[in-house]
Design a protein around this ligand. Structure first.
Ligand code: SF4
Length: 965
């Protein structure tokens, strides 16, 4: 019998028979759940059958949360491989390369398996293994003391990849600390701010599959937001006839699929969108009825034009005037793309009707001063076409995701405002000003008593990493640094404790993301726990199945919280107590079981139909679709039971005394307020009907933002164009812009250096430079070393001469250049060993050893053939906080020249004195709450906040006489 016949016979046997699984006598069906027979490749030429249990979980390697199926070897109870989970509604069985590479991460021979405590000076690289009990007691003791002494703001949790929805925010609310700090301001908050000020929600959810025209400002097909779930639907849309327009200065893989690829000068994207808008308005090619019903044009006409009660026709006339300067010729001058091409693209956009799916993620929104206006002007096109929350259009994120209510949800708000994360200089920053921490800590002479970095690596990820090293090394600033990480990273070298946390197949989390016109929820689970439970074992702690003492965060936080408040006297422990067994810790099964039983519509019924509990259902299938085709939520009527003693105000906002439905989240999110009589806003009256509307201050789409107007930025209150800090007018003669915001498709920011498969595909980050520029600066061939000079210093790397980049612009991916200091314990795969030197404010990083084969438990590490591991360019970037959105504006103005004598690939040199000066320069652009707050508060109360402090904490402190002086 040949092998294919053998396999076929195997499959027939599997298909024909129920397979009895030992232990609990359950039966499973292939395809439904959960066993697989295959020939063992390693036993060749013998034909040895292997039995695998298929256990679903969720990928943790980007924010898409695609479904994975772990193939667990029935005999060894080891994971053999990961493939896609076809029952996951978002990813539908497909993954990118990073999903299956989870196997590399869990088998990494250098991974951190036990809690470590530093045994030398901080940053010296000396570690000792400690027990979890010792680490937990030390951390909990400090937090307890801080809370008892009302130093709540000295406890900060700084998260990189959340990969979960609400668990930690709930915990911080229970602790009563305003300590949530995210990475979002170095990631996506620019575009988010643009969306937030239009629609009260901060991300788009395009319905690509049903679109007629798709417009992307980013390389979505290869690396963009919700990469694989979006990419497969973009291709689906294209197959259905959609036209694809891509704005990307680089010829990315996405651009190669485009019907119209535009390579604009970086930062000019908003000028193009406004030119398209101007043309559509002038030609009358917009959805008048949608604009009339849903834009806040009345408010705009009243405040800006001093025309209360203006007619819609008057507004239209005004609209024509306000954008008239944005001609195609003007946009051509700004972007370098000829006016005829822009007109051609405008015509395509105008044919989309309500099937116009658009997305700006990172890219221009994160690269430029004023980048948030890229998302705002892009949304202007959707809003003109009425292509918001329509089939084939673009939904707001919150309507296409599902957040379930957890048990024992705390509703208390932290009492104290955290000035380090939400400083008064940036009152409208959409997210925490986390990348400014080293500077803000100095300005405020602040001290953090316990600082968690959790799956976050600011030394490597953020700009100005040497300032981070300076801050983290200073024990007067950071009392205790706890790095919670599944892999070694550059920030963990400067920690006091390193706590080994689980990868995708070693932890529990709930996820739900906006990826199409529907809602789903997915369950990440420790797959070996689920496998062994199927065999009848009782598992009470994830460490019983994970390698070494790797733990999951859910259980860790419960245990830590109990130690912070052992007797419940702080009022915290109650949120982590069992509902079933009072006085006991809540278990993970109880926590998720309660959610699945009580908070996920349709799940109990679907589970019962299969004779399962909801928890068993989620452990078996890994995901559940709650709804498909969500539709126009803003047009839905407010239900009668939510209308009680209603008041409609002069803006047609509708307030009601009906009881408030329970919130699914800890105090946070967008907050639409109550009226003076304590009624709750429930909707908005449109043409006489009470509709749900949008979660904005007006309930409408905010073409004009009173928030921006009242908080000191009236000139930017409507979608408009802000010239970037790398606009030609702002460059010196020999400078060109450097684009740094793009990913390498097969790498994860900071957690994939230990993935051998991914490293083999992509391990370096050369400088993209056009032949014209290469010739101009004297680079003769690809591979020649170049020096790139930034505001702070320089870095050295190989060149890649390519016509895939616009002349006059260079690019370098931020993904590479991972390192560890000489003499440090730590990883070997994908990581250079470097010499770190400091003299005063002058720092240098010099590679000593690149990639090379090494002996380990994995024979593949002897097969490493690549040596070049790229350069850590972010170290040389100054902080560039956008004064309005707070986003770090990543693009750099640089000088490029051939490498100088003695330069080596990977060299970095920086003066942190210059980074301080750059911080101070950008600080002068701000309009602080102190001077511009219209109501004596620190921040508009309605705007998003992950864990919202109580209302009193919003009040600016009264100035003392000496402070005023
Ligand atoms: S897109 Fe790739 S990395 Fe992201 S969740 Fe899906 S499989 Fe994982």
């Amino acid at each position: 019998m040949n092998d294919s016949t053998h396999l076929s016979e195997l499959n027939q046997r599997v298909s024909a028979a129920k397979i009895e699984v030992e232990g609990r006598g359950e039966t499973f069906y292939p395809g439904a759940s959960r066993i697989h027979l295959a020939l063992d490749s390693k036993s060749w030429p013998e034909r040895v059958e292997k039995r695998y249990m298929l256990v679903p979980t969720t990928c943790f390697n980007c924010e898409s949360a695609c479904g994975l199926l772990a193939y667990v070897d029935r005999e060894t109870l080891q994971v053999r491989k990961f493939e896609g989970n076809p029952e996951h509604p978002g990813s539908r069985g497909r993954n990118c390369a990073k999903g299956p590479a989870t196997l590399n991460q869990i088998t990494d021979p250098d991974r951190i398996l036990y809690p470590l405590k530093r045994s030398g000076r901080r940053g010296e690289g000396k570690w000792e293994q400690v027990s979890w009990d010792e680490a937990l007691d030390a951390i909990a003791g400090r937090i307890r003391t801080a809370l008892q002494e009302e130093r709540n703001e000295e406890v900060v949790y700084h998260v990189g990849r959340p990969g979960e929805d609400g668990y930690t925010e709930r915990m911080l609310a229970a602790w009563g600390v305003d300590g949530h700090n995210s990475h979002t301001n170095v990631c996506s908050s620019g575009a988010r701010a643009g969306y937030h000020w239009w629609m009260g929600m901060d991300r788009p959810s395009p319905d690509y599959s049903n679109a007629k025209v798709i417009l992307l400002v980013s390389s979505h097909l290869e690396t963009g937001h919700y990469f694989n779930p979006h990419a497969q639907r973009i291709i689906e849309g294209k197959k259905n006839g959609a036209k694809l327009i891509v704005f990307d200065t680089r010829l990315s893989n996405t651009a190669t699929h485009a019907d119209h690829w535009l390579s604009p000068y970086p930062g000019s994207e908003a000028a193009i969108f406004l030119a398209i808008a101007n043309w559509m308005i002038g030609e009358g090619k917009y959805n008048r009825e949608f604009v009339r019903r849903w834009w806040n044009w009345q408010e705009y006409m009243e405040v800006v034009n001093n025309e209360p009660g203006a007619s819609f026709e008057n507004f239209e006339e005004h609209l024509r005037e306000v954008y008239s300067e944005f001609t195609f010729e003007y946009a051509a001058t700004e972007s370098g793309i000829d006016a005829a091409t822009l007109l051609e693209v405008a015509k395509v956009v105008s044919t989309a009707g309500t099937r116009f799916a658009t997305h700006n993620w990172r890219s221009a929104g994160s690269g430029n001063l004023g980048g948030w206006q890229v998302a705002r002007t892009l949304t202007l096109l959707n809003a003109l076409l009425g292509a918001l929350a329509t089939e084939g259009g673009t939904f707001p994120n919150s309507w296409n995701k599902f957040t379930p209510r957890p048990p024992r949800l705390p509703h208390q708000h932290p009492k104290r405002w955290n000035e380090v994360t939400w400083p008064g200089e940036y009152p409208l920053a959409l997210n925490e000003m986390s990348f400014l921490m080293p500077h803000l800590m100095k300005d405020q002479d602040a001290h953090l008593d316990v600082y968690f970095t959790r799956v976050y690596n600011p030394v490597w990820t953020n700009p100005d990493g040497f300032s981070w090293i300076e801050m983290l090394s200073d024990e007067d600033r950071i009392g205790l640094h706890v790095a919670m990480t599944p892999t070694w990273n550059e920030t963990a070298y400067f920690a006091d404790y390193i706590l080994p946390m689980g990868h995708a197949s070693e932890r529990h989390d709930l996820t739900s993301y906006e990826q199409y016109n529907g809602q789903w929820i997915a369950f990440r689970q420790p797959v070996l726990r689920a496998a062994r439970e199927r065999l009848g074992e009782e598992i009470t702690d994830t460490r019983q199945v994970n390698p070494g003492e790797v733990w999951e965060e859910n259980e860790f936080w419960i245990d830590l919280t109990w130690r912070i408040d052992p007797d419940g006297s702080l009022g915290i422990r109650e949120f982590f107590e069992s509902k079933k067994v009072p006085g006991e810790k809540m278990t993970i099964d109880e926590y998720y079981g309660w959610i699945f039983d009580n908070s996920v519509p349709g799940l109990p019924e679907a589970s019962a139909a299969e004779g399962l509990t909801p928890l068993e259902y989620m452990r078996r299938y890994g995901a559940f679709e709650i709804s498909n085709k969500v539709g126009r939520v803003h047009e839905q009527s407010v239900p009668d039971n939510e209308l009680e003693d209603v008041r409609v105000d002069e803006m047609d906002r509708v307030y009601s005394r009906a009881p408030i439905p329970p919130s699914p989240k800890a105090p946070g999110g967008t907050k639409i307020d109550e009226d003076e009589d304590g009624r709750r806003r429930v909707g908005v009256r449109v043409d006489g009907e009470i509709l749900k509307g949008w979660p904005t201050p007006t309930g409408k789409l905010e073409f004009w933002s009173r928030t921006l107007h009242d908080w000191g930025w009236p000139e930017f209150a409507i979608p408009t164009y802000i010239k970037s800090h790398i606009h030609p007018e702002n460059l010196e003669n020999d400078q060109i812009p450097l684009i740094t915001t793009f990913r390498v498709p097969v790498q994860i920011h900071t957690r994939s250096a230990n993935s051998k498969w991914l490293d083999e595909i992509a391990h370096t980050n050369p400088l993209w430079i056009h032949p014209i520029d290469a010739d101009r600066v004297g680079i003769s061939k690809t591979g020649d070393l170049v020096r790139v000079e930034t505001e702070l210093g320089y870095f050295v790397l190989k060149s890649w001469i390519t016509e895939g980049i616009r002349p006059g612009v260079a690019a370098c991916s931020h993904h590479m250049g991972r390192w560890k200091p000489e003499g440090h314990k730590g990883p070997r795969l994908g990581i250079s060993t470097v010499a770190l030197n400091q003299e005063g404010s002058e720092w240098s990083l010099t590679p000593r050893k690149g990639g090379e084969p090494f002996a380990s438990s994995d024979p593949d590490t002897m097969r490493i053939w690549w040596t070049d591991l790229g350069v850590h360019q972010n170290l040389t970037h100054a902080v560039h906080p956008d004064p309005i959105s707070g986003m770090h504006c990543w693009h750099q103005a640089v000088r490029i020249c051939p490498a100088k004598e003695g330069d080596r690939a990977g060299d970095v040199s920086v003066d942190t004195g210059k980074s301080r000066a750059a911080y101070e320069k950008w600080l002068t652009m701000t309009r602080s709450a102190d001077h511009y707050s219209p109501d004596g508060t620190r921040r508009p109360y309605w705007m998003l906040r992950p864990v919202r402090p109580e209302r009193d904490a919003y009040r600016l402190p009264l100035k003392t006489e000496s402070a005023e002086v």
